[in-house]
Design a protein around this ligand. Structure first.
Ligand code: GUN
Length: 293
């Protein structure tokens, strides 16, 4: 079994991003600049945003963190978005999700200028992706594509089974892997909570993508021998033996699946490492005006 090492890939991509940034600056250009908006004090969101800002620093990007309390109104947040849309010093920005319940996430996403939507959540970017036009791809699907590409895992003609149909992972990765592209050209099945005989589907997969949000849901008996298993899960499970009182675990029962899979992503240290790289790659594209010209 080969471990798909997200940390190592992230290190390589960071070096590439640092080199690209130096070249931009040497040519008299402006450094890529990412802004992140964080509303409230959800601990997981704080950790994710910290990681994004730290990664910007590591590759030489500029970054701006805008923090607001959980009591921020929707109108106040929309004004921040409008200001970022108009700010020529910012190439791209994200509004970290989830937002407090009184704020309509969809309204906020729609307010982001698609040219600065480096999360790829705006329907314009989603639609462009679906039509095969240049688009900012959402971070997790982008990270999965980079993982498949850089490990030279063939996808053309393969059976891909995606478990989970979320807007930010399951649905976009199923579109991307069925496109006429490389990676792509796969025969894709999307499974979800209403799927009957789920294991009959997953056992057919040459490439199995688990994006369910339930700890250790995919067990060894659900996986074909030699399959490529991509674990997108990031679940906090209570664990009194850990200092923080919890541990992170994926949607895949790692020990059980490792006995049958040919390739497997660990959690942590797998796809999650690449999602931040995807965001930085999108920010570089925004800086270079690669997507919208
Ligand atoms: N919350 C969890 N994942 C993401 C992401 O990729 N982007 C944003 N903005 N929020 C998230």
């Amino acid at each position: 079994m080969i471990v798909l090492d997200g940390r190592q890939l992230a290190t390589t991509i960071k070096e590439e991003l640092a080199t690209a940034t130096q070249a931009i600056v040497a040519a008299g250009g402006k450094k890529p600049h990412l802004a992140a908006v964080l509303v409230g004090d959800d601990p997981a969101s704080q950790a994710y945003v910290r990681n994004k800002v730290r990664s910007c620093e590591q590759v030489g990007f500029d970054s701006t963190l805008i923090r607001r309390p959980a009591t921020t109104t929707q109108e106040e947040l929309l004004q921040i978005v409008r200001d970022l849309n108009a700010d020529n010093t910012i190439d791209g920005f994200i509004v970290q999700l989830p937002l407090p319940n009184h704020i309509d996430e969809h309204a906020v996403t729609l307010a982001i200028d698609p040219r600065k939507d480096v999360d790829g959540f705006h329907p314009v970017n989603f639609g462009r992706m679906a039509q095969g036009l240049p688009a900012y791809l959402p971070a997790t699907p982008f990270g999965i594509l980079e993982m498949l590409k850089r490990y030279e895992i063939p996808t053309s003609g393969k059976e891909v089974v995606v478990v989970g149909r979320s807007n930010i992972v399951g649905t976009p990765i199923s579109i991307l892997l069925s496109r006429k592209a490389n990676p792509g050209n796969a025969t894709v099945t999307i499974c979800h909570s209403r799927t009957e005989n789920l294991a009959d589907h997953t056992r057919r997969a040459d490439i199995l993508i688990a994006a369910i949000g339930q700890a250790e849901f995919i067990t060894g008996d659900m996986v074909k021998r030699g399959a490529v298993v991509i674990d997108v899960g990031m679940n906090r499970v209570d664990d009194a033996s850990r200092e923080k009182g919890y541990r992170l675990t994926g949607d895949v029962d790692y020990a059980g699946v490792a006995k049958v899979a040919g390739y497997l992503t660990p959690v942590p240290g797998g796809v999650g490492q690449l999602t931040v790289m995807a965001l930085l790659l999108n920010t570089l594209k925004a800086n270079q005006k690669e997507i919208f010209g």
